[in-house]
Design a binder for this molecule. Structure first.
Ligand code: PGA
Length: 252
């Protein structure tokens, strides 16, 4: 059985002191979370150390929002997987649509390879733009993203991967995909993974939905058969809405 995963992507928000305040309050809510839920937080790089230290004795995992494919070198302004590990990260978001403006599937593929070799659990983001959805090419777009980004990996690597389906038109817009239509895309993603990496890989992989998830719509989305969790942006910046989303797992 797949355990639900709820992840908070703070994007370029939260100073170190704001992150510390958040985590103090958040730690108090942990005891009420359903046992099987896996919780991840993706703060900006500057708050990684403080968050991973504060959460060390909890089951909450901390991750980076991006990383470079090289381990070190002359890449001004970049962060490597090795540095994420060093800051206490266990996971990393790769290919978020806000990054895809500067990186193609080939770069994402290289980053995923580095994440696997650094023993970081990657969360690969895929999703279509509004234009692509309206022209009826959602599935083609997603299949291309999956096949180019996951080119050359084996079943053991795929067993560590998380996928987040985030329709670009739903991110930060308040517009959420209808649970039925998100479910349809999630099912296609699972079928694709199954066809390339086998039944077990398809059945075990966690596919999260992202795009304007909030306490009000979390239960409906999470109760869909192939939606295994949520990647939450705006609603993860405040402790209580984020905890309400985590606790929505109790209703499914
Ligand atoms: P949102 O962001 O919840 O604010 O729409 C989701 C994401 O970009 O991961």
């Amino acid at each position: 059985m797949r355990n639900p995963v709820i992840a908070g992507n703070w994007k370029m928000n939260m100073t170190v002191s704001e992150a510390s305040e958040f985590v103090c309050e958040f730690l108090k809510c942990l005891k009420d979370f359903p046992d099987r839920v896996e919780v991840m937080l993706f703060p900006p790089f500057t708050a990684l150390s403080v968050l991973s230290t504060a959460l060390r004795s909890s089951s909450v995992k901390v991750g980076g929002q991006n990383m470079h494919w090289a381990s070190d070198g002359a890449y001004t302004g970049e962060i490597s997987g090795k540095m994420l590990k060093d800051s206490g990260c266990e996971c990393v978001i790769i290919g978020h649509s806000e990054r895809r403006e500067q990186e193609d599937n080939l770069t994402i593929n290289k980053k995923l390879g580095t994440a696997f070799s650094e023993n970081l659990r990657p969360m690969l983001c895929v999703g279509e733009t509004l234009e692509e959805r309206e022209s009826g090419s959602t599935l083609t777009v997603i299949q291309t993203q999956l096949s180019e980004c996951l080119q050359g990996f084996d079943r053991q690597q795929i067993a560590k991967l998380l996928i987040a389906y985030e329709p670009v038109w739903a991110i930060g817009t308040g517009k959420t995909a209808l649970p039925d239509s998100a479910q349809e895309v999630h099912k296609q993603i699972r079928n694709w993974v199954q066809s390339k990496f086998g039944i077990e890989a398809g059945q075990n992989i966690s596919i999260l939905y992202g795009g304007s998830v909030k306490p009000e719509n979390a239960s409906d989305l999470l109760s869909q058969e192939d939606i295994d969790g949520a990647l939450v942006g705006g609603a993860s910046l405040k402790v209580h809405p984020f905890c309400d989303i985590i606790n929505a797992v109790k209703n499914i």
